[in-house]
Design a protein around this ligand. Sequence first.
Ligand SMILES: NC(=O)c1ccc[n+]([C@@H]2O[C@H](COP(=O)([O-])OP(=O)(O)OC[C@H]3O[C@@H](n4cnc5c(N)ncnc54)[C@H](OP(=O)(O)O)[C@@H]3O)[C@@H](O)[C@H]2O)c1
Length: 338
Amino acid sequence: MQAVILTKTKGPGALKPVELADPCPADDEILVRLRAVSLNYRDLVILNGAYGKRQKHKNLIPTSDAAGDVIAVGNKIKDFRVGDRVIPIFFSDWITGDPDQATIVSDWGRDRDGMLCALKVFKSHQLVTTPSHLSDPEAACLPCAGLTAWNAIQGERKVNAGDLILTQGTGGVSLFALQFAKQAGARVIITSSSDQKLEKARALGADHLINYSNDKNWGQTALALSGGKGLDKIVELGGTQTLKQSLIAIRPGGTIGLIGVLSGATFGDLLLPFIVSRKITLQGITVGNRDQMETMGQFMEDHAIKPIIDQIFPVSEAQSAFRHLQSGRHFGKVCIGV
Ligand SMILES: NC(=O)c1ccc[n+]([C@@H]2O[C@H](COP(=O)([O-])OP(=O)(O)OC[C@H]3O[C@@H](n4cnc5c(N)ncnc54)[C@H](OP(=O)(O)O)[C@@H]3O)[C@@H](O)[C@H]2O)c1
């Protein structure tokens, strides 16, 4: 089978097409022909060797998110058949409830091979059925970006109709958050470094637009948009450079969904009394489990919600796909047809 491997952790230039032996499903396994892959910011970090101690640095098949169809099943498989359209879950072994020490590190494409290959075998619990209204590239956007945004909006401390929320940037997670929040009946403020992208976000339903490059104190701007009351929830993707603004904008009792570290992973001068005395919830979010993935898929089907795809690259241009993501020019998801 065709695959793309990361020969060493030296960025997109170290991706190389290879021919590998076709995998063969055991009795309790399902063989899937992967049709599309979507890229996440984490995949770039992994390509650069900066995704923690556990990551593999040589000969890794990268990426976590894909969709395809079943082409063979082992004798013991009852819940999937040849021809079924499927999506692998992000954490290969996190099924339900909270994760444990093992399931929380069971993500694909970090220390175990990921999805940038034509064929892959899975256990039943590692797959969910593709929502029928989605193409394979659209379905491939769900496991990481989609489910993370789902848990920020519809997970614990869920967003309600009439809430005012803010989501940062116009990448994969943020645009899913915009779509889910609008469906929930919330008003949404979105930030971006680009006025053009902000106008595109308006077309998707964003109620208020803030250019964070021009408005460094966007926390105050967002607070003013709430009439001084403060925001109910913030989808926090920037990290170091954005958390302070988020703390300014959030209302007493509000929730900041801590998700991303686009501008850095530390926060040196966090004022604990500012959080404690205002009863702010800092909610760590790490993608989600299989049950949540199924619930999200059904919700998207019921409400005809489709992921926003910026561009689909052929697998022969995998390096260009990653460089495009790295450039920050994208609006929504970058995909690769496998
Ligand atoms: N905790 C989790 O489970 C989880 C899951 C998924 C992702 N993440 C994290 O969430 C972040 C976003 O991931 P993604 O895959 O959605 O990334 P992405 O698709 O590459 O989106 C990045 C976009 O974020 C915006 N951005 C960059 N720097 C920013 C800043 N300082 N302030 C505000 N916006 C900024 C930019 O939008 P504009 O061009 O519009 O400015 C950029 O295009 C990453 O840090 C990723 O690791 C975490």
